[in-house]
Design a protein around this ligand. Structure first.
Ligand SMILES: [Zn+2]
Length: 198
């Protein structure tokens, strides 16, 4: 039976996404064994995050400054705006280094099931950014889920009469994916988004 302090730490870690009680116990033991190296390092990193992280008031990204590094970067294309559901999606897309514009984080997706309505998402602030002008393209980078696509449709409708080009991520075959292993939804999307051979 572990002490109350260790139980509390284990319970806190077990709440992290991707970790359950078993993984949390292993992580705690691992940290206890490396008290001076890893545990201290983790404490300092957590402390630094608590002290400095802010939500960007322009795009909703999480960074150590507001506006965030992406919004403040003059080399970024000001005319392209990529709309994503969550900060994690922004980070994933930006890691790919292919999109050179800026982002807008909605903070979720429309969901009748979870009771998420348009006013719960950062849609008004998106429309306000477009209203300010200077944006030519809106890339709707929602997840390829029913709720993600519903959200994309809703935003596309809202933007119907504005002078912006609306684009969407192509959904299809993952790089290195074998047809045999793909689910039907992915295959159907790939067929629908087929393009001429170049
Ligand atoms: Zn930002």
């Amino acid at each position: 039976m572990a002490s109350q302090e260790i139980e509390t730490l284990t319970a806190a870690l077990a709440r992290l996404p991707g970790l359950g009680p078993r993984s949390a116990r292993r992580a705690v033991l691992w940290l206890i064994k490396r008290r001076e190296s890893s545990l201290v390092q983790l404490l300092e990193a957590l402390d630094a995050v608590r002290e400095t992280l802010v939500e960007c008031s322009v795009c909703g990204n999480v960074d150590t400054r507001d506006p965030c590094g992406i919004c403040a970067d003059p080399r970024r294309d000001q005319r392209s705006l990529c709309v994503v559901e969550e900060v994690a999606d922004l980070w994933a897309l930006d890691r790919a280094h292919l999109f050179t514009g800026r982002y807008h984080v909605l903070g979720g997706r429309l969901s009748a099931l979870d009771g998420v309505r348009p006013e719960d998402l950062a849609i008004d602030s998106l429309l306000a950014r477009i209203e300010e002008g200077g944006i030519d393209e809106i890339l709707l980078a929602m997840n390829a889920t029913l709720e993600g696509q519903t959200t994309a449709h809703y935003i596309a409708e809202k933007l119907e009469n504005r002078p912006v080009r609306i684009t969407q991520l192509a959904h299809g075959l993952p790089v290195g994916g074998e047809l045999d292993y793909l689910d039907e939804g992915t295959l159907a999307q790939a067929i629908r988004a087929r393009r001429p051979v170049t």
